[in-house]
Design a protein around this ligand. Structure first.
Ligand SMILES: Cc1cc2nc3c(=O)[nH]c(=O)nc-3n(C[C@H](O)[C@H](O)[C@H](O)COP(=O)(O)OP(=O)(O)OC[C@H]3O[C@@H](n4cnc5c(N)ncnc54)[C@H](O)[C@@H]3O)c2cc1C
Ligand code: FES
Ligand code: FES
Length: 471
């Protein structure tokens, strides 16, 4: 057991004696007084607190942006942290130089976060196109003054081949291996390295908090100053970090991040990739995991409707063994799931696309980027000789759980997916669901949107849709 969190801070090994559930933002600003990292919203939305996290991936050190306001100190044990103060090594980092030359600065709160997001992009995607630049900035919400010059600064750095982060080499990470247990001030943070270790801990400590990327849990930590007295962190569990691909399936360990899922599904399901690119921001997708999105069991989570429509299977593991369920059977009621106290979500597997399959998922939210869904509708049909042989439809935002729309599916089977079939399908949705009214949308609005999505799907599949905005 160790009392100190050990990591690289701006290139130097650092040991911090701190409760592992202290937010990285609070620690940076209050202890080493690295106050270039700012606090804006303190809930992962604005990007003012962005910094870079480095970890070893094969023979490389990879960096990504993260929101330090919802990140716990325990989560950086064994990793490298780069703050805006550490970006400049002698000379300005190319992004800083380009921002200065272009007159690209926003206010003092926004600029450091924007610089860090773009530095993450310049390191991880030196061929970034405009879409990737906009994606990288989606988590830095401010658009007050100079957004265009900021984008131009990013284009300039990318055109010059990007910019690596000056930091420790892979071998140096051996000195800061993640520690299996951290403890300080009454808070304990376990970091199991294997599934067996995880399951043994889970069985011994069913009350401990299971922590994926902390993008849901971290909001409560920052907003309500909840204490995490005992945490089991999943980020170092080998099996949960694996992605397996067979001829017919793609399987993601529960601790695989959305950014990693995105990289793997793009070629198979472009519509799913579009959805994931709208999932939070780069900072959120780089930390938030597929297992956490399911584990949190939100009725408006974006992953479950798409995964249910694709026919995903979830693997639950405990010391007693593994069980496999259709994802729709995992959700029992509002925030209630099939997960037993001694179990963890181990993996999620989706079939690869088959000939004749058409899949689309649509997220309807008040804002295009970085927003929670009002309604999310996912549609998957198999057609043979022009007829729908089978259909799967699922929604978020229409009930207390993500839910499959069986009657609506039946309305499509045996049809040519024409306008009349879409109308019957929409009618089945209206008859089946009684969604809630809240500040995101009234029940009537949700029902109307869900019905409209059926027609949108029909037109998309028929090739009748005109793209009105660059997605
Ligand atoms: C600014 C912001 C934007 C967001 N945008 C979106 C969005 O667009 N769409 C969306 O759907 N969500 C969004 N989210 C919510 C969140 O990012 C996702 O739900 C994410 O996938 C959660 O994953 P995580 O690993 O961070 O979960 P965590 O916060 O670590 O955990 C969430 C819950 O799942 C449980 N859990 C985690 N892993 C496991 C496991 N393996 N087994 C069992 N239980 C587990 C935890 O105990 C906890 O109860 C957003 C959040 C923020 C802060
Ligand atoms: S302070 Fe707004 S994202 Fe962290
Ligand atoms: S709030 Fe900082 S420039 Fe907009």
């Amino acid at each position: 057991m160790s009392n100190s969190v050990r990591f690289f801070l701006n290139g130097q090994i650092h040991e911090a004696n701190v409760r592992p559930d202290t937010t990285v933002l609070d620690w940076l600003r209050n202890v080493p007084r690295l106050t270039g990292t700012k606090e804006g919203c303190a809930e992962g939305d604005c990007g003012a607190c962005s910094l870079l996290i480095g970890h070893v991936d094969g023979d490389q050190v990879k960096y990504h942006a993260a929101n330090s306001c919802i990140l716990a100190m325990g989560q950086i044990d064994g990793r490298a942290l780069v703050t805006v103060e550490g970006l400049k090594t002698g000379e300005l980092h190319p992004i800083q130089a380009a921002m200065a030359e272009n007159g690209s600065s926003q206010c003092g709160f926004c600029t450091p976060g924007i610089v860090m997001s773009l530095a993450g992009l310049a390191a991880s995607n030196p061929q970034a196109d405009d879409e990737a630049i906009h994606d990288a900035l989606a988590g830095n919400l401010c658009r007050c003054t100079g957004y265009r010059p900021i984008v131009e600064a990013a284009r300039k750095v990318v055109a010059a081949g990007g910019a690596a982060i000056a930091g420790p080499h892979v071998a140096a990470f051996a000195e800061i291996e993640p520690q299996s247990m951290l403890s300080d001030g009454g808070a304990v943070f376990h970091q199991p390295a294997s599934l067996n270790e995880l399951l043994a801990l889970r069985s011994e400590k069913p009350e401990a908090i299971l922590l994926g990327g902390g993008t849901d849990l971290g909001v409560a930590l920052a907003d309500y100053h909840t204490d995490w007295n005992e945490v089991i962190a999943l980020a170092s569990v080998r099996e949960l970090r694996q992605i397996c691909e067979t001829d017919n399936h793609l399987s993601f360990g529960a601790a695989v991040t959305w950014e990693e899922v995105l990289a793997r599904v793009s070629a198979h399901y472009p519509s799913l990739a579009t959805l994931i690119r709208r999932f939070g921001s780069t900072q959120i997708r780089s930390m938030g995991t597929i297992g956490g999105n399911i584990g949190t069991a939100s009725p408006i989570g974006d992953g479950p409707p798409a995964l249910i429509a694709l026919g995903a299977e979830i693997e639950l593991a405990s010391l007693s063994g593994h069980r496999f369920l259709s994802l729709e059977d995992f959700f029992l009621d509002y925030r209630k799931t099939e997960l037993r106290p001694n179990e963890v979500i181990a993996s999620i597997s989706i079939p690869k696309p088959k000939e004749g399959q058409a899949f689309r998922v649509y997220k309807i939210s008040k804002r295009y980027d970085q927003d929670i869904s009002t309604v999310c509708g996912a549609f998957s049909v198999f057609r043979e000789e022009g007829q729908v042989r089978s259909a799967r439809i699922a929604f978020g935002g229409m009930a207390a759980t993500p839910i499959r729309a069986i009657e609506a599916e039946q309305a499509l089977v045996g049809t040519a997916l024409d306008r009349r079939a879409a109308e019957s399908c929409a009618a089945a949705i209206s008859a089946r669901f009684q969604p809630l009214s809240d500040w995101r949308g009234s029940a009537e609005y949700r029902l109307q949107v869900a019905a409209n999505l059926v027609e949108r799907f029909r037109r998309d599949v028929a090739g009748e849709t005109v793209e009105v905005m660059a997605l």
